[in-house]
Design a protein around this ligand. Structure first.
Ligand code: PLP
Length: 322
């Protein structure tokens, strides 16, 4: 199944995709009063497994708390609902989009009287920046749009409102012929892409902008920092100026959608050799081995979707088919 088909969980019920509707006077439509997540479920030899689902749900609740939104379901129960949504849609691999939003009541800016509602959507979604981007890298620009100042838009909240800014960054880059834009923070230091965190490599030292540089605390960012340290690299969270991009040996994006995408040029300046760099490749390899279940899940990052018995049957069927 693809985008636009299957069942969506909405406020406690599964409804057909076509029927998952809200009123045009819902608060979220007018004022961006929603928070959401983007997680992935991968097809592994031991069956479908969600990657760091617990952390994604925790971040959803963090995002909601910042905007004073409460929904009456525990994080553990919501995790079960996500798994059930994947099962009901019979996916082995999919993208997962939980969304909490302010619904319909009044249309003053004050949102408190509007009900907090929730939906969970799942669909198949391949490489976000194009199939060959993971290997060949992408060409990007530094955006003329900056990220919001910390006391304007809280970047620790994955709020729908923040994605107005992301859209400006993304649209500008597309119109200029680039795959993505990199935004600077309010001081002019490197921040992140429209939907990705940013990493630089120079002299084998790996750096990424700190959370205080108006970045989302990315879960893939955390994964990459963990993997890189385990591989023996020095990893630092560091404020860096724009030009650090141009003189880096390697630059790459991280994100649930983009996974680990090399950047081969910024503002038409070639980064390193203009191809995926060796350190990007080694981290990417380890990342894909973990999410594909080829490496032991030593961190407990995978949550299996289907019961053990069904997973065993599927594994045996795959083995027989070979
Ligand atoms: C603005 C922004 N930064 C960074 C990321 C990467 O975060 P994660 O790795 O948790 O997907 C995302 C994607 O969710 C994003 O939208």
């Amino acid at each position: 199944m693809s985008f636009g088909a299957g069942k969506i969980w909405m406020n406690g019920q599964f409804v057909d995709w076509a029927d998952a509707k809200i009123h045009v006077a819902s608060h979220v439509v007018h004022y961006g009063s929603g928070v959401f997540e983007g997680a992935r479920c991968y097809d592994t030899p031991k069956g479908a497994a969600c990657f760091r689902l617990h952390e994604h749900i925790r971040r959803l609740y963090d995002s909601a708390k910042i905007y004073r939104m409460e929904y009456d379901i525990s994080q553990a129960d919501l995790q079960d609902v996500v798994l059930e949504t994947i099962r009901i849609n019979e996916y082995q691999a999919c993208y997962i989009r939980p969304l909490m939003y302010r619904g319909y009541n009044t249309l003053g800016v004050n949102p408190f009287s509007c009900p907090v509602e929730m939906a969970i959507l799942v669909w198949e979604w391949g490489a976000y920046l194009g199939e060959d981007s993971l290997e060949n890298g992408v060409d990007v620009q530094v955006s003329s749009w900056g990220r919001g100042a910390p006391n304007r838009f809280p970047s620790l909240s994955k709020a729908t409102a923040n994605y107005a800014n992301s859209q400006l960054i993304k649209m500008e880059s597309v119109v200029h012929g680039y795959a993505e834009g990199i935004a600077l923070d309010p001081m002019g230091f490197l921040s992140e892409g429209s939907g990705q965190n940013l990493f630089l490599v120079r002299d084998r030292v790996i750096t990424t902008p700190p959370i205080a540089a108006a970045t989302l605390p990315g879960i893939t960012r955390d994964v990459v920092m963990t993997i890189a340290k385990e591989l023996g690299f020095t990893v630092r969270e560091e404020l860096q100026p724009r030009e650090a991009l141009y003189i880096a040996d390697e630059v790459f994006f991280t994100g649930t959608a983009a996974e680990i995408t090399p950047i081969r040029s910024v503002d038409k300046i070639t980064i390193g050799s203009g191809h995926r760099g060796p350190i990007t490749q080694v981290i990417q390899q380890r990342f894909f081995d973990i999410i594909a279940g080829r490496e032991p899940d030593t961190h407990g990052w995978l949550t299996y979707v289907y019961p053990e018995s069904e997973r065993q049957e599927a594994a045996e069927a795959t083995a027989r088919a070979r």
